[in-house]
Design a protein around this ligand. Structure first.
Ligand code: MSP
Length: 537
């Protein structure tokens, strides 16, 4: 098959199976989904990947604790929790990878063999700190620095036998065992050179600086195998060892493209990825370890890693702002938000009102406010009023495009260049700014209704042409806004297009679809129920 469209490969992290997805994990997935939809609308051949991270000691333990016969059975039982939620939230992933799939295991084994053949791994002994909940290793220096920081902040000294994890502040364990090591230390300079040559590799800028200073501080070789349990991918050349769960997991980004299979054509066509979307807690894995592993394997590096912050909640007891997570017991189930807002407004709120580079507190009050202001009173209201008038004044149809449709008018002028402004913001994943551009044309249209008073024009037969031009222009704004809102609220956009007798399929040439004048008119329109019934307290 010929592939003429440019490939756009976008990924989410693969989620741990031990906890059902919550608002935080859903946030990361919707963030990637909006970008995937935008790129499809721009004509790209998109591959959007998400999946589950199923190996590691914690998973084996959870399987036992929950009375499952095998870790695999436990993982299988968790799959619907993810698959169903992604369907409900209109996640348009093209593939769903599980690290227990044969395609993944084969690829990880190939990758390990390549690292061995190229001389980047060796056998040694690991003696250091391990955070079991995070499945992350720490050196003595990292742990000492964290303890110094804690003391400087006036916190109680930790138990020296179990100092606290620099990432999550939970107690660490001392671990000693034979292990395979990856020569991460050899990649300090190559990584720094790469970051310098690719200033957009890590976004936003603050995260880039964080990674730079971490790498400048020096890199130690990384323990990449475990021999104390067997729930993982066995090393092909040393079966007693399974791959460290993070190395196993990172490789999913290429095994999903067929790396290590009999047919690597998709891998060659699509790799490197255009963007990995990740949370700030896993930045080192994606911006340091993964690039170094790829360099060691002689493979190209992804174009971009977009790092988002956390959804946070306030701990009522301590007053501290905490990351929302299942293990902290403060996670909100997506169903709760869906019950209040519905799926479309849920997506809209988290994508456009939450700044993606920083942490964001969850607020039910703010959700209602945004829903009512942006969706009920503006977008929904514009659609209702306009279609109502069109049905009433034009016999159930949209007016035919007038000959002078392109004459200057407040709405036509507001739409000039809207695609370009929107696309520039979308490319930066600045969804708040992108949606702000759409909101601006919707607001211009609502003002235009007030200023042109179609109900008055309708009373004067001499103003029939003017009335047609006003209503046609309003519907044209609605058509364009529905195109631009599609990545955020796919169902509503399809519904609006349906009411306008247009194809319900999203556009694959968004730039062209946003050109003023695209609506021929003359077709039936349907008023329908309010798209966003107002929320009352
Ligand atoms: N399994 C690893 C990722 C391996 S990728 C090769 C993992 N899984 S996770 O389930 O713990 O987290 C997955 C993603 O969800 C991370 O990007 C993380 O930042 C994100 N989030 C988890 N809680 C979150 C919030 N409270 N807010 C925003 N994102 C959050 O890490």
């Amino acid at each position: 098959m010929e592939h003429t469209k440019p490939s756009y490969y976008i990924t989410t992290p693969i989620y741990y199976v031990n906890a059902k997805p919550h608002l935080g994990t859903a946030y990361c997935t919707i963030l990637a989904d909006v970008q995937a939809r935008f790129r499809r609308a721009c004509g790209c051949d998109v591959k959007f990947l998400t999946g589950m991270d199923e190996h590691g000691e914690k998973v084996a333990e959870a399987a036992e604790k929950n009375g499952f016969d095998s870790p695999q059975a436990w993982c299988d039982s968790m799959e619907p929790a993810f698959a169903d939620l992604w369907r409900t939230l209109e996640i348009s992933n093209d593939d769903f990878i599980r690290t227990t799939q044969p395609r993944h295991i084969a690829g990880v084994q190939k990758f390990l063999q390549v690292l061995l053949d190229r001389g980047y791994i060796y056998k040694g002994a690991y003696d250091g700190w391990y955070c079991r909940p995070d499945e992350t290793y720490f050196t003595d220096t990292q742990v000492r620095h964290h303890e110094e920081d804690r003391r400087a902040a006036g916190e109680e000294p930790a138990d020296p036998e179990h100092p606290l994890c620099p990432d999550c502040d939970r107690p660490l364990e001392r671990i000693k065992e034979e292990s395979w090591f990856f020569k991460l230390s050899e990649f300090q300079q190559p990584l720094l050179d790469f970051y310098e040559a690719h200033p957009d590799f890590i976004q936003p800028e603050t995260r880039r600086n964080e990674v730079l200073s971490f790498v400048k501080g020096g890199l130690k070789d990384l323990s990449i195998s475990r021999s104390t349990f067997d729930w993982g991918v066995p090393f092909p050349f040393d079966e007693k060892h399974v791959a460290y769960v993070w190395v196993d997991a990172l490789i999913n980004y290429i095994t999903a493209l067929g790396y290590g299979s009999d047919d690597e054509s998709e891998f060659h066509r699509r790799w490197p990825a255009q963007v990995h979307v990740v949370g700030k807690d896993i930045i080192r894995f994606h911006c340091v370890i993964w690039p170094a592993l790829l360099m060691a394997a002689g493979l190209p590096l992804p174009e971009r890693v977009f790092v988002h912050g956390f959804l946070t909640v306030r701990n009522e007891e301590t007053g501290k702002i905490e990351k929302m997570s299942k293990s902290r017991g403060n996670a909100i189930a997506p169903e709760e938000v869906i019950d209040l807002l519905g799926v479309e407004a849920y997506r809209y709120y988290f994508m456009t009102d939450v700044a993606h580079g920083t942490d964001a507190p969850i607020s039910w009050g703010r959700m209602r406010q945004v829903y009512n202001a942006d969706l009920a009173n503006s977008w929904g209201n514009l659609v209702s009023r306009t279609l109502n008038m069109s049905v009433k004044y034009f016999d159930g149809c949209a007016p035919v495009r007038p000959a002078d449709f392109d004459a200057p008018s407040p709405v036509r002028d507001a739409c000039a260049g809207v695609f370009e402004r929107y696309a520039a913001a979308m490319e930066q994943m600045d969804y708040g700014a992108a949606a702000g551009e759409v909101f601006a044309i919707v607001s211009a249209a609502n003002h235009y209704i007030e200023d042109s008073a179609p109900w008055a024009l309708a009373k004067d037969p001499e103003k029939a042409d003017e009335l047609a031009r006003v209503i046609w222009s309003l519907i044209e704004v609605i058509r364009i806004a529905a195109e631009l809102y599609e990545p955020f609220m796919p169902c509503i956009s399809a519904e609006v297009r349906r009411r306008l007798s247009l194809s319900t399929e999203p556009s694959t040439d968004l730039a062209a679809a946003c050109v003023w004048g695209g609506l021929a008119g003359g077709e039936p329109v349907e008023k329908g129920d309010p798209l966003f019934p107002r929320l009352v307290d």
